[in-house]
Every structure is written in structure tokens, then in C-alpha cells.
Design a protein around this ligand. Structure first.
Ligand SMILES: [Zn+2]
Length: 427
């Protein structure tokens, strides 16, 4: 996962353009993505696909022709979506186009101007205050022309058409945690899902932030009814503990599943309520859709000093944290795959487990005590209204212990799947 981030880091990405295509081409080496191109000018609800932006070169040079700000040294130096410019300016004329962080004078900020035609350069505050008076040559060799917006999508089919939507953004240039960590996580999770059988079909989206999810939603309204669970994943590779942001519904199965996994495996994890600010959960959870989509990350955007600066680089990523994020995603998948609602077939007093050999069945690799407890919890609460996830949470047991107990009880005829309510409705 870290190597994929290393490979992708130098690419100049934005919400459109060659960098997005190059990024998706690299991901496609690991995951069979369909690449979609949506032409500039295409309407998407209240939005329109913007012109495509590409950049060949950009710099600010002093009187001697020395590049004092050079896009080739860091693509963060150029404000994303800067229009083409080539002129000579005094320092006073140039200053309104220069952006720095006085509070973090050693870092280059990341700025964009997608929807307002302008141009600018970002540099460290130390460099900005050191600029001598004089005239400067400003060159931005960019194009902002009709083209397309590019996104990647793959559906990893399961035995059901019901879907799990997993989404990450691909629109930031050389930023590691806020961008590449999510791409690496979904790429490797997609590989794992492709190698094992599963119930749900998993739809993975690699899309530019905001406009990408709006465009995707506008083109896929007819399939949204199949989405049972969803997660936006991003900012998942830094040293901080997990943060889970609940879906707008707040009590969707995905909210319960993620909270259960985090509670049983990461007691330092933070859970926050939905708010209409953040990443693409804003669009998936807009009131017209209100999809069961939460967001999993670590440090929260805007709350760490490296956020949207040159400090969010490859050194800010912790390979073990990337691996831990993948493990946690697999745990979450195991919960949503394994969850179900059952009915105790021997509900009048406890069944005799020993007579059925169920105590002996507990021997072996796993903790027999917790499985015995799990069987008692499953038997008691399986009345057709509590699913296994609810039982695991009440029992404060790991989901896999509860699931294993349910499987054992089912094998011995003590548990049967609850009839799905919609089947009971007369035609
Ligand atoms: Zn960002």
C-alpha cells in the first residue's frame, strides 16, 4: 500500500486532467477499473462538469531568470486550476497572487480555484518574506479547455445484487494522507474482495472530490436503491487513531457495524455525528439520497497542521497504519457479510447444549468460554428482532465469536433464519 502511495505521489492531480488519468491507470494495474470520461459542460444536478485543466510548466523567475518558485520542484506551488499567464510584474503586483502560511512558515499550502478563473502560486512563508523588490516573470503554461472529468469504478460482484458503496477521492496533487491513503486502501481491499466469495456486490469509486460524487450520483440514480451500506474512506494512513463519522441516518447498519468493530478492536477510536461538511459523504448523504454512507479516516481534515500542506507528504504516512486500516476494513466487511437475524428454535428455557455435543464443539483454536457466552446471548436474543450485530454489541463480544456461535447453533437445529418481513406481506 505504501509503495502505491510512493508511485502516485509525484503526479499532478486535480478534479480533471491528465493526472487523474495517470493515477487511475496506475490503480488499474492492481484492480480492473472501468474508466469513465464525462465531457465538460455535462449537467449534474445543480452543477456542470468544468473545463479540463492541464499544466505543462509554471514558475516565478527573478530579474536574472532564476526560478524562485518552480512547479517542477513541487506541484503544490501552483494554485490548482490556475489560468494561463505569462507577464512581468512588480513584487507589489505579484503579491495578491502569492499564498503562504504565516503560522507554519516552512510549509507550502495547497490551494485551488476550480470555479473562479484566477491564478496564483503557493510558497513557504519563509520564502515569501525573503522576496526582494524588483520585477518578476510569471509563467503558467496551463490549459483550461473543454475536455472531460475522469473517474474510475469497479463492481466486484457477490451472490446478491445488493451493494456496498466504497468511495475515495483522487483529486489532490502531491498530498499523501488526504488522498493517496484512501486510494491505496480501496485498491488493496478490492484485491482482497476479488479473491474471496461474498454476499454483497462491492462498488468501488475513485472519483474527484465533490464534483465527482455529484456527477456519479447524477448518472447512477437508478442503482442507488441497491446500496445497503457505504463508506467514504480517506485520510487513513497517518499516526492518529481512527475517526468514524456516522451517516446522516445515524443508526444505519454501517454505523452500527463500524462502531462495533472499532469498540472491540480500537478503544482509542473516535465516533462523530454526521455534519454537512467534509468529503463526499456530503453528497451521498444529501437529503434527496440520504444513503447509508459513513466516513472512516484517522486525523480529521482541518484538524492537523499538515492538512493541505507540503507536510502531508510520504513521511506523514505510517505503513503500519495503512495495513491497520486494511485490517479494520476487512473486519467491517466480515460484520456486514456475516450479520443476520435468527429465531431460537427451542425458546422455552435454555436448550441442553451438552446433550447436543455443543460444549465439546467449543474445543479447539478459539476461546471456548467466550463462545459459550456467545451461544447463550444468541439463543436468548434471537427472537427475530435482534440481529447478530446487536447481540454482539449487547454482549460486548467480538462479532466473529457471535457469528461462530450462531453457525454452530444453526448446524444443530437450534437456530433458523428469521423470515424477512417483506416476505410476510400478502401479494
Ligand atoms: Zn483535501
Amino acid at each position: 500500500m505504501h509503495q502505491l502511495c510512493v508511485d502516485l505521489f509525484p503526479i499532478t492531480r486535480s478534479i480533471t486532467g491528465a493526472g487523474a488519468r495517470e493515477t487511475l491507470a496506475r490503480v488499474s494495474a492492481d484492480l480492473p477499473l472501468a474508466i469513465h470520461e464525462v465531457p465538460s459542460g455535462t449537467p449534474a444536478f445543480d452543477w456542470t462538469v468544468p473545463a479540463e485543466w492541464n499544466v505543462r510548466d509554471a514558475f516565478v523567475a527573478d530579474d536574472h531568470g532564476h526560478r524562485i518558485v518552480d512547479f517542477n520542484r513541487s506541484n503544490l506551488h501552483l494554485v490548482s486550476y490556475s489560468i494561463p499567464v505569462h507577464e512581468r510584474l512588480t513584487l507589489d503586483e505579484l503579491r495578491p497572487h502569492l499564498f503562504s502560511l504565516p503560522d507554519r512558515p516552512d510549509l507550502i499550502p495547497y490551494r485551488t480555484s476550480y470555479y473562479e478563473k484566477s491564478w496564483g502560486f503557493c510558497l513557504t512563508h519563509d520564502d515569501l518574506v525573503g522576496l526582494p523588490d524588483g520585477t518578476y516573470e510569471v509563467c503558467i503554461d496551463s490549459t483550461l479547455e473543454p475536455g472531460s472529468l475522469t473517474y474510475g469504478e469497479v463492481v466486484i460482484p457477490g451472490s446478491s445484487d445488493d451493494e456496498v458503496l466504497l468511495s475515495t477521492h483522487i483529486c489532490h496533487p502531491s498530498l499523501a494522507n488526504d488522498n493517496l491513503s484512501g486510494i491505496a486502501l480501496l485498491t488493496f481491499l478490492g484485491r482482497l474482495l476479488g479473491a474471496r466469495p461474498h454476499h454483497f456486490s462491492y462498488r468501488l469509486l475513485f472519483i474527484p472530490g465533490t464534483i465527482g460524487s455529484i456527477v456519479w450520483l447524477s448518472r447512477n440514480e437508478e442503482i442507488l436503491g441497491r446500496i445497503r451500506h457505504g463508506l467514504v474512506v480517506t485520510g487513513i494512513g497517518d499516526a492518529a487513531p481512527f475517526t468514524y463519522k456516522k451517516s446522516r441516518r445515524g443508526d444505519a447498519d454501517i454505523d452500527r457495524a463500524v462502531q462495533h468493530v472499532l469498540r472491540t478492536t480500537h478503544d482509542d477510536a473516535r465516533v462523530v455525528d454526521f455534519s454537512p461538511y467534509g468529503y463526499d459523504e456530503r453528497q451521498f448523504c444529501s437529503p434527496g439520497f440520504n444513503l447509508p454512507v459513513g466516513r472512516l479516516g484517522r486525523s480529521v481534515h482541518g484538524e492537523y497542521p499538515e492538512y493541505h500542506t507540503s507536510g502531508d507528504n510520504l513521511d506523514f504516512l505510517v505503513p503500519e497504519q495503512l495495513a491497520g486500516a486494511l485490517e479494520t476494513m476487512v473486519d467491517i466487511v466480515n460484520v456486514i457479510e456475516g450479520n443476520g437475524t435468527f429465531v431460537n428454535q427451542n425458546p422455552k428455557c435454555e436448550p441442553q447444549l451438552g446433550r447436543r455435543g455443543l460444549y465439546r464443539a467449543l474445543g479447539g483454536a478459539f476461546d471456548s468460554k467466550s463462545t459459550e457466552m456467545a451461544m447463550l446471548w444468541v439463543l436468548n436474543y434471537s427472537d427475530g428482532t435482534h440481529d447478530l450485530l446487536d447481540i454482539a454489541s449487547r454482549a460486548e463480544l467480538p462479532f466473529d465469536a457471535v457469528k461462530r456461535a450462531a453457525d454452530l447453533l444453526g448446524d444443530h437445529g437450534l437456530l433458523a433464519p428469521a423470515r424477512v418481513p417483506r416476505l410476510e406481506v400478502a401479494p
